[in-house]
Structure formats: structure tokens, C-alpha cells
Design a protein. Structure first.
Length: 95
């Protein structure tokens, strides 16, 4: 079964620890940093990516799950922004 998974935060840890292991799924990424988006698209070239968080969240109803891999201080706000709380949400814990 192929799932559509949204990624909030496309930094090095996100790409190495999560994205590269889920490439058989349909991945959608968000990161305000264009360099991070370029690295994401090297791993999953046919994916959709956003640099605007609101645009990413506006498409949230299409995701089966969302990974929150952003810096720790953004986790709570981003979790609250997810409108459809019936989604599977994976959130990295602070160190």
C-alpha cells in the first residue's frame, strides 16, 4: 500500500533518518529553505514540495500521515496547525 506522507522540515536529519527509507511512498515536503527542498527533490525527484507552510497545510487533507521534523521550538505550533486531527502524526521528540 502506497501512502501519501507529508514532511514538515527537510533538514539533514529528516532526509537521512526518514525520507530515504520511505521513497516507495508518495512524499510531499515543506521547508522554508530552498537548499533543503533541492536535497529532498534529489532523493524523491517526482515529489511536490512547498516553501510556504500555509500552502503545505492547505493540502493536508490529502495526506495519510505527517512527519514533523522541524526544529523543536516549532513542533507544538505546527501540530496545532494540522486541521484534520485524525491523521497519523509523527513528531520528533526534543533531545
Amino acid at each position: 500500500m502506497i501512502m501519501k506522507i507529508g514532511f514538515i522540515g527537510l533538514g539533514k536529519h529528516s532526509l537521512r533518518a526518514h525520507v530515504k527509507f520511505l521513497t516507495k511512498h508518495e512524499l510531499v515536503g515543506f521547508d522554508p529553505n530552498q537548499d533543503s527542498i533541492k536535497e529532498f527533490l534529489k532523493i524523491v525527484p517526482n515529489s511536490v514540495s512547498y516553501s510556504n507552510f500555509d500552502e503545505f497545510i492547505d493540502n493536508e487533507q490529502y495526506f495519510d500521515a505527517i512527519y514533523i521534523c522541524s526544529p523543536d521550538e516549532h513542533h507544538i505550533k505546527q501540530m496545532k496547525s494540522i486541521k484534520n486531527q485524525t491523521k497519523h502524526i509523527f513528531c520528533e521528540k526534543p533531545p
